[in-house]
Design a protein around this ligand. Structure first.
Ligand code: PLP
Length: 478
């Protein structure tokens, strides 16, 4: 790494990225390449001699960009957004430029200490109880994804339970609870830590509970399992479900978890970001009862991929479960028991200096601008909802709480709903002018419009609605 060429080449790449953002609206939002397109364009073997950055960037333009779905387009309304920001990008640059591997305190003290500080900053912005923060009795860690956060907390809960039950053979007795709206990452995590699939309870939700998990159903399922000789282990509640943005009743669920001694986790991957605003904080009421809570700053908190915050009430349990002793890791700081070794708070040994990114995002924006960002997305979503409600050919399909709007084109006959709305979404997406995704709520096909890409403005939302109306008109005439 030679500083002179590093400076020049980095400037070239930054210029390339800046141009990408300048032109982003000219690309079809969803890539329309066919599977295998890339191998037809690139050599079959790696080059023996070095190639110039110009040649490489030309290939990025000619071969890579056409195969991208443009997540940073202001016309991206699918899944949940993955916010990027200049601050997030600067943080990524510093993280990858310094390229330290802070697996334990001694391997890079600043990486560990900044992470602890920034996790407390973030936790205080969310008004988490001090029992989940370092300034109290808990603590936080940055993972890459919610899935990792859930695997680690599930493994912790499992180990604690198996120790109490008297051995690993009892794993077949352990049961985990969630709703049918809980992200599938929870099911994957449960599978990864060895919970039998027959012990995974995805309790059904309904329109009447606005797709949130019913405490009565949880209690009944727990009672049934206990009667069958099983051991309830872990309850996962969600603040802002992926399907419809539903919020599970944390207080009541937390009380049940406490009564039956289950680990209580809150997945606030998407909507956690909104809870920094006082008017949305009530969605976290009951968080005091949680053993752990996670949120993805890389979704809606202007933090480039990847960055998942996990807070835990009893970090010692996590460390007991995830630490392995190795001579190569021995050092006096660890033995003094006065430092954190984040390798014991996650799956892998190695880790990036993600805290730098989140720290810069928070400092460069300040809480005021971060709240403004969330509020303006929610205002746009409210306006989009009003447009849907004004047009009698459409209907809302779930209560909008955050910036996700679930709606559909009303079918003439109920059994035509999926096909009609599937065609509508295909027509919108294949136009290249916008990209949305869908879900199925209690058997009904629903279009999801997730507003929140960093560059989205009112005009993009208006254009989206015009596009939807235009395609719907065409379908209804067909
Ligand atoms: N939980 C919720 C509510 C989500 O919306 C998502 C992704 O959209 C996830 C979990 C999965 O997150 P990750 O990809 O970080 O594991």
């Amino acid at each position: 790494l030679e500083p002179e060429s590093f400076t020049d080449e980095s400037k070239t790449v930054i210029g390339f990225i800046a141009d990408y953002y300048r032109n982003i609206e000219t690309y079809p939002v969803q890539s329309n390449v066919k599977p295998g397109y890339l191998s037809a364009q690139l050599p079959k073997t790696a080059p023996y001699c070095s190639e110039s950055l110009e040649e490489i960037l030309k290939d990025v333009t000619d071969s890579i960009l056409p195969g991208l779905t443009h997540w940073q387009s202001p016309n991206f309304f699918a899944y949940f957004q993955a916010n990027a920001s200049t601050a997030g990008f600067l943080g990524e640059m510093l993280c990858s430029g310094l390229n330290v591997v802070g697996f334990n305190w001694i391997s890079s003290p600043a990486a560990t200490e900044l992470e602890s500080i920034v996790m407390d900053w973030m936790g205080k912005m969310l008004k988490l109880p001090s029992s989940s923060l370092f300034c109290g009795t808990g603590g936080g860690v940055l993972h890459g994804s919610t899935c990792e956060a859930v695997v680690c907390t599930l493994a912790t809960a499992r180990d604690k339970a198996l120790e109490k039950l008297g051995g690993c053979e009892y794993i077949t007795k352990l049961v985990v609870y969630a709703s049918d709206q809980t992200h599938f990452t929870f099911q994957k995590a449960a599978k990864l830590v060895g919970i039998p699939s027959s012990n995974f309870r995805a309790l059904t939700t309904s329109v009447s509970t606005e797709f949130s998990l019913s405490p009565e159903k949880v209690r009944a399922a727990i009672e049934d399992d206990i009667k069958s000789g099983l051991v309830p282990l872990y309850l996962c509640a969600t603040v802002g479900t992926t399907g419809s943005g539903a919020v599970d009743p944390l207080q009541e669920l937390g009380e049940i978890a406490r009564e039956y001694k289950l680990w209580f986790h809150i997945d606030a991957a998407y909507a956690g970001s909104a809870c920094v605003c006082p008017e949305f904080r009530h969605y976290l009421d009951g968080v005091e009862l949680a053993d752990s809570i996670s949120m993805n700053a890389h979704k809606w908190f202007l933090t480039n991929m990847d960055c998942c915050c996990l807070w835990i009430k009893q970090p010692k349990l996590l460390v007991d479960s995830l630490s392995i002793h190795s001579e190569i890791m021995r050092n006096s700081a660890t033995e003094s028991n006065t430092v954190i070794d984040y390798k014991d708070w996650q799956i892998a040994l190695s880790r990036r200096f993600k805290a730098l990114k989140l720290w810069i995002v928070i400092r460069k924006h300040g809480l005021a601008n971060l709240m403004h960002h969330i509020r303006s997305d929610i205002e746009m979503a409210k306006r989009f909802e009003a447009l849907v409600r004004e047009d009698k050919r459409f209907e809302m399909m779930a209560t909008r709480r955050f910036a996700l709007v679930c709606f559909r084109l009303k079918p003439k006959r109920e059994d035509e709903g999926s096909e009609l709305n599937g065609k509508l979404i295909d027509a919108v997406n294949s136009s290249g002018r916008a990209f949305m995704s869908h879900t199925v709520l209690t058997g009904v096909y629903v279009i999801r419009c997730a507003i929140g890409s960093t560059l989205t403005e009112d005009r993009h939302v208006n254009e989206l609605w015009k596009l939807i109306q235009e395609k719907a008109q065409f379908l209804l005439l067909e």
